[in-house]
Design a protein around this ligand. Structure first.
Ligand SMILES: [Cu+2]
Length: 222
């Protein structure tokens, strides 16, 4: 139904492809090495052979690994471009990283802290920046890991193709509260999203204002 390619699958394919080839090579090379150590042991093979080059062999061991390396590049490039090319119809959400939480600003002008709520089935483009120091915006379930840099706009996108809650983490050591700089991505059915985005939760947000965050922030500045 949705023609959008999901970069999660492309990233996983690139990973499996590269690790698969690495395993095949590991087994082949180790096998040949063990075989040669026995076969050409000095007791079984006292006089070494004098080999003077073989252009055919050299051609094979140059061309084959080159093709393998290029194929890895193509698979990786497809995954990378998949992650970088957000669909034109994606819903845009601003992400502002700060010591020590993520703030999300929705098209409807709603704001949330620590929790990113998005509707199921949509492509979501995140426009990322930082208010203070370097942070990293990481959502492992969607293979997103993008720096949040003060004064610079970076972006990421994902296809919200399954409901559920997923972890968000900061992956740049940004101060004493870095380890607590986590969040949740919640993918909900469109109707639930509408309800959530229209609900006025200003009072709710005020009650969770954390004073200890500010304290660690000040201690860290020195
Ligand atoms: Cu951070």
């Amino acid at each position: 139904m949705n023609p959008t390619i999901n970069p999660v699958q492309q990233v996983d394919q690139a990973f499996i492809y590269i690790i698969g080839i690495s395993f095949v090579l590991l087994i082949l090379i180790t096998g040949v090495m063990i075989y040669f150590a026995f076969r050409y042991h000095h007791r079984r093979h006292p006089v070494p052979s004098d080999i003077r080059g073989s252009w055919k062999l050299e051609l094979v061991w140059t061309v084959v690994p080159t093709l393998i390396a290029l194929s890895m590049f193509v698979v990786g490039w497809n995954a990378y471009t998949g992650l970088r090319n957000a669909p034109a119809d994606a819903m845009e959400i601003e992400v502002i990283a700060q010591q020590f939480s993520f703030i999300f600003i929705y098209p409807e002008d709603k704001e949330s802290e620590g929790e990113l709520v998005v509707p199921l089935g949509k492509s979501i483009k995140l426009k990322i920046t930082s208010d203070d120091v370097l942070h990293g915006f990481f959502v492992p379930a969607f293979r997103i890991k993008v720096d949040a840099v003060p004064g610079l706009n970076t972006y990421a996108w994902f296809l919200a193709d399954k409901t559920g809650t997923y972890d968000i983490l900061c992956t740049e050591y940004c101060g004493a509260g870095h380890a607590d700089m986590t969040g949740t991505l919640r993918i909900v059915p469109e109707s639930e999203y509408r309800q959530w985005v229209e609900s006025d939760d200003d009072e709710e947000e005020e009650s969770d204002e954390e004073t200890d965050d500010e304290q660690t922030d000040d201690e860290n500045d020195g």
